[in-house]
Design a protein around this ligand. Sequence first.
Ligand SMILES: [Fe+2]
Length: 260
Amino acid sequence: LGFLFAYLGDGDPPAFPMLDVFCGAGVRVSSSYVRKSNYFNSVENGCDWIHVFFTHARSGFTTSGVNREIPKVWAEETEFGIAAHQRYSDGKVGTTFILMPLAMYIMGSGGQLASTGELMPVHQIAWRVPIDDYSHRSFNVHYVDLFGSDADRYREARAASRAKLKDMPSQSEVVAAIFRGDLHPDEVDETRPDIVGIQDSVTLEPQPPLSERPPDRLGPSDGPCILVRRIYTREVRAFASGDVTKAWVWPPSLQAVPQV
Ligand SMILES: [Fe+2]
């Protein structure tokens, strides 16, 4: 995957939870970044599909059709965490996952097949690992089923994106300029490869941890967020009182469902 995972508990390490789809022979890209927000804000953001319509209005989510409307959302607890669904009026239902305790898995589209022009699904998993109460590091893996010259073109496109960013102000500089009031979020170059990350940082970083802000007044569109809060509350209470916590199981065959 491009990362080292360490087991810091007592006794033998448990089986490593992983999904088969990220272990294929296609293109796998790993990356990481620090976001100055509590890790739980990002965990919650990972199942809040409603934010995509607003926060990422100027992004590939709109050009790809994901933001064609605000979907109806709902979620249920599963053996691995949360399955969050998004239903659109055209009948399409997307599904994203929270993989307990702190990973999320969504599917986008990206690499193109030269033979047919078809856009291939890009599977995206991210672990939101706490640094302290006000920051976390996200470890991300993207996987796409591309091979041979298709894989080479995808890698070249990603390399070109990274090169383009080198000539631009850094993401943290852009976010700081917005917080100073020197730049409006709508003035950020929409073609920046990291536009989605900038938009998430602008919305997430000013929010203190849940414990330090007044209770939210959540509504039906916050259903998945309500569920993740309930599960965390239940599990942390069980852990604090020495009770048995839920043994989460990631089914190896699990696959997210795209919204378009
Ligand atoms: Fe986002």
